[in-house]
Design a protein around this ligand. Structure first.
Ligand code: TGC
Ligand code: FAD
Length: 388
């Protein structure tokens, strides 16, 4: 007898969504099925960011979707989470593009920017006509941004910026970089425009992960930035760290999509693959592994939905985001690796999705706070002691 439960949604999370949230999920899911899945494998193999998808993404209102006004959709946090989940069902690289544009570039401009900066960038970014990147990580150690070396000094009416950033998503395709630098007045955010003298953003080649996403280094050699391009509303590390909270929130949802893609394909495979005279899915050990994946996806879904409802109620605490980012990325990475194994030799082929998701998730578990960083955030919450 066929099960009446959806194997990818055992606890019927879908029925907890509002009509608008369900519509957002369906719309993005259709986009991913029609536009992303047919090309993403080739993009990954060729190390190519599918820039041609940007107009479609923008048209659906997925850029800066949580912002009210400035041409943005003004959707709630759960909808943003579902957007991330469906995009990452396609590929973590595409979700990364949207995370960075929305949570790490549009969010700080919206939250800390002047009205002129908002008017200049937000509508164009929502339309996908201007792209942004977020430069916090430096080559000597991303986990400790408090040890930032990039610095800026006032000179006349301008600032002069020196230093470098590493592993920056969208860096080489960005029209504007939100760059965090130490100054005599605290940590400040600078909007550095592409083409500014002394600013270079070379792409990092030969990545084995997030190959359908652009990752770059940023170099600043006496770059002059006018005061009008400094974010006026922020002068401490709290600024960039609060942007990370937005992005990490979305990343708590995204990997659920990657895990869905892997488990869905594995269920089809184990049903048709015959070994020892019966389908693989009819053996106890395989069923135990499939069941364990479904259990872990279910707990991740419940965590993400609760996180979203707390965020929409304005009650979210950064430690809760750390628990969810840690749990849900670990869940997806373990499932992608296990699916890869259950596909046997076929699992190393790009014809099946798990190996691509597995490789991508190696970045996702590192960026936006490594797993250890999030464990230490939770440890600090429990003990009151910072053990970083
Ligand atoms: P600490 O003293 O704890 O905090 C400094 C100030 O910031 C506040 N704060 C936060 N605010 C909002 N959200 C958070 N998550 C916050 N965490 C801290 C804090 O209250 C304090 O405020 P105030 O007013 O008292 O000064 O800072 P710390 O130097 O001890 O560092 C703590 C630690 C290790 C957790 C932090 O440095 C950290 O999160 N490190 C990891 C860095 C990281 O995640 N980098 C990510 C770079 S961006 C990226 O990876 C993009 S990938 C995107 C993609 O492609 O999808
Ligand atoms: P390190 O900080 O050097 O850490 C190395 C190892 O040491 C890790 O395992 C870490 O967990 C461990 N470690 C560190 N401190 C401790 C401790 N106290 N106790 C125990 N273990 C510890 N950054 C941006 O600013 N913008 C971006 O757009 C961006 N995009 C990225 C895209 C990709 C594909 C990748 C891979 C990274 C991106 N990053 C970005 C950078 C990312 O945030 C950093 O890689 C991450 O924060 C870790 O920094 P790190 O690589 O310097 O590793």
């Amino acid at each position: 007898m066929a099960s009446s439960l959806n194997p990818l949604d055992l606890f019927d999370i879908r029925s907890e969504l509002s009509e608008e949230e369900a519509m957002v999920q369906d719309t993005v899911a259709r986009f991913v099925d029609d536009q992303v899945l047919p090309i993403i494998r080739e993009c990954f193999e060729k190390h190519r960011f599918p820039k041609e998808l940007i107009p479609g993404i923008a048209q659906l209102g997925l850029l800066g979707s949580s912002i009210d006004g400035y041409g943005c959709a003004g959707l709630n946090a759960v909808s943003y989470g579902l957007i991330c989940q469906e995009l990452e069902r396609g590929d973590s690289g595409l979700r990364s593009f949207v995370s960075v544009q929305s949570s790490l570039v549009m969010y700080p401009i919206y939250s800390f920017g002047s009205e002129a900066q908002k008017q200049r960038w937000l509508p164009a970014m929502a339309r996908g006509e201007a792209l942004g990147c977020f430069g916090l990580t430096e080559p000597h150690g991303g986990s400790d941004p408090g040890n930032m070396k990039t610095h800026a000094k006032r000179q006349g009416g301008d600032w002069v910026l020196n230093g470098s950033k590493m592993w920056i998503t969208n860096g080489s395709v960005a029209d504007v970089a939100v760059v965090w630098a130490r100054t005599d007045e605290g940590v400040k955010g600078f909007l550095v425009e592409r083409g500014t003298k002394g600013f270079d953003a070379p792409e990092i080649e030969n990545k084995m992960s997030l190959r359908a996403s652009v990752t770059s280094a940023l170099f600043f050699d006496n770059v002059r930035v006018p005061e009008a391009n400094v974010l006026p509303g922020v002068s401490s590390l709290r600024g960039p760290l609060s942007c990370l909270s937005q992005a990490r929130y979305g990343i708590s949802w995204g990997p659920i999509g990657a895990a869905h893609a892997c488990l869905k394909q594995l269920l089809e495979y184990t049903e048709t693959r015959e070994l020892f005279g019966r389908p693989l899915s009819h053996t106890q050990l395989v069923q135990a592994r499939l069941a364990d994946m479904a259990r872990r996806i279910t707990t991740a879904q419940l965590l993400a939905l609760r996180l979203g409802r707390l965020k929409d109620a304005g009650r979210l605490h950064p430690t809760q985001i750390s628990v969810a980012k840690w749990n849900n990325v670990r869940m997806a990475l373990d499932i992608a690796r296990d699916c890869r194994d259950l596909l046997g030799g076929a699992g190393i082929s790009a014809e099946y999705v798990p190996v691509r998701h597995m490789l991508n998730l190696e970045s996702v578990i590192t960026y936006e706070g490594t797993e250890s960083v999030h464990q230490l955030v939770v440890g600090k919450e429990l003990t009151g002691v910072s053990a970083f």
